[in-house]
Design a protein around this ligand. Structure first.
Ligand code: HEC
Ligand code: HEC
Length: 418
């Protein structure tokens, strides 16, 4: 209670509460065109440098074993607009293989051109996630896939059964379900097929993986220095590592949730938290999904699920593989380049934010240090996205020369919080 009172005093001055549904955004009339399947959408080999063999096997649930036919069915469904209410939106609309299974937008755009509040994460390596979504509201990929289908601004179906009915009307799908599951299409099997396709999207074989495997020249001196900084002065390993004790060369996440000060400036999170306490029934995942995608309560992050005060505006630590090609960054897509991300961390958080994670501190990184950490992050790009990565790094570097909205050197080199 005491901390909540502090929160009111501090955050209350920052912004007026917006307690209405979805902030208005420029509305398009239709969803963007559905990206097609292609070479980058194919199931990937698990024989890439860096693949964690044991964890990859463990990520396959016993009640949903992988078979080639099931994976092919899941792939077809992933790219099929007929899963959505008006046929215009597929999973791939927002998870485009050519964009490393993201959409490149700050926040996704779905059915009828309606925009949500959150940035689409990649599904590459999502099989390793301990939880799904920025706030972890789904445990498994099967559970996750059910939500966009019925979200009113994503695929817009009135129910999962409505999507199943649409699919069951197509003879080709009836045959495929019969072959794979031994029966007609149903919700559970539809989600299983999609999840098993997603579990084929393992993405390693980056310069960094080759470096760790022993090729000392696979990454340049700047990236090597960035990797050192990542684990020391830049403090990234406090969250982007399974444990702080050992260097994590695989996942780059602690599978936990933290408030790192994203979006908190734009929102009166305390007022929103009060609203959520009233409006959200604990455990009602589809209600939470709507609040997260369609309302300003999105900014509350993990709090929507736990209703614990310390989870206000806490979001899941994302893994960092392929991060160069999955921008813009953070749960709200608010940062355009990795330099902006670094500037955010370097200055620690701006507003006095009572829920800020204690590991967020001014870092006193020089421009050289920042370039080095970015070079390290860029070295996490899988071979499949190498060409995009080169173009994207050049684009971001160019932009960062003239445009550094988050840079605040005085604060970066200023006093620590505690
Ligand atoms: C209109 C855009 C849109 C569509 C369509 C869509 N997604 Fe997403 N997806 C998102 C956004 C945005 C998020 C993050 C939402 C959040 O965390 O609250 C997300 C999150 C995810 C995640 C969690 C990844 C992680 O790292 O936590 C997975 C997996 C995923 N989507 C798979 C799918 C599948 C499968 C479908 C089709 C059944 C689908 N998506 C349809 C936009 C979309
Ligand atoms: C206190 C924990 C913490 C620390 C320390 C931390 N991060 Fe993060 N990181 C997170 C969380 C949580 C998010 C997601 C936050 C959000 O979107 O609101 C995130 C997001 C990111 C993203 C955006 C990824 C995406 O897909 O949008 C990048 C890049 C990143 N961090 C890199 C770094 C680097 C580099 C460092 C060190 C300079 C660092 N992080 C330090 C917890 C942390």
């Amino acid at each position: 209670m005491r901390a909540m009172a502090v929160g009111v005093a501090v955050v209350g001055v920052v912004a007026a509460a917006t307690l209405t549904m979805a902030r208005p955004r420029a509305a398009m009339m239709t969803a963007p065109p559905i990206p097609k399947t292609g070479p980058l959408a194919q199931p990937r080999s698990t024989r890439q440098v860096g693949v964690p063999a044991v964890a990859t096997r463990a990520a396959i649930p016993p009640d949903n074993p992988q078979t080639p036919e099931k994976i092919a069915l899941g792939q077809k469904l992933f790219f099929d607009g007929r899963l959505s209410a008006d046929g215009s939106v597929a999973c791939s609309t927002c998870h485009d293989p050519a964009r490393a299974f993201t959409d490149g937008r700050p926040a996704s755009v779905g059915i009828g051109g309606r925009a949500g509040q959150r940035n689409a994460p990649t599904i590459l390596n999502a099989l390793y996630n301990a939880t799904q979504f920025w706030d972890g509201r789904a445990k498994t990929l099967e559970e996750q896939a059910a939500l966009p289908i019925v979200n009113p601004v994503e695929m817009g179906q009135p129910s999962l059964d409505a999507a199943v009915a649409r699919i069951a009307a197509i003879p080709e799908y009836r045959d495929a379900f019969q072959t794979v599951f031994g029966g007609p299409p149903n919700g559970g099997d539809l989600l299983r097929a999609i999840a098993s396709y997603e579990r084929t999207q393992v993405s390693f074989d980056s310069p960094f993986d080759r470096f760790i495997a022993g090729d000392s020249r696979a990454i340049d001196a700047a990236a090597r220095r960035g990797w050192e900084l990542f684990n020391t002065r830049a403090r990234c390993n406090k969250c982007h590592a399974l444990t702080e004790q050992t260097r994590d060369v695989t996942y780059f996440t602690d599978n936990d949730f933290h408030n790192i000060g994203i979006g908190i400036i734009r929102h009166n999170v305390v007022a929103l938290a009060r609203q959520a306490e009233q409006a959200i029934t604990s455990g009602d995942t589809s209600q939470i999904d709507r609040a997260a995608i369609q309302t300003d309560m999105s900014a509350l992050g993990r709090f929507l699920i736990t209703k614990r005060e310390r989870d206000i505006a806490a979001f899941k630590t994302p893994g960092l593989r392929n991060v160069l090609v999955t921008g813009p960054y953070f749960h709200d897509g608010s940062q355009e380049t990795l330099w902006d991300v670094m500037d955010h961390y370097n200055k620690g958080d701006g507003v006095q934010n009572p829920y800020l994670d204690e590991d967020i501190q001014p870092l006193a990184l020089t421009e050289d240090d920042i370039d080095a950490v970015v070079a390290f992050l860029a070295s996490l790009t899988s071979r499949d996205y190498e060409a995009q990565g080169i173009r994207e790094l050049a684009r971001q570097r160019e932009l960062s020369r003239t445009h550094r909205p988050q840079r605040d050197t005085a604060r970066a080199f200023g006093p620590r919080r505690h």
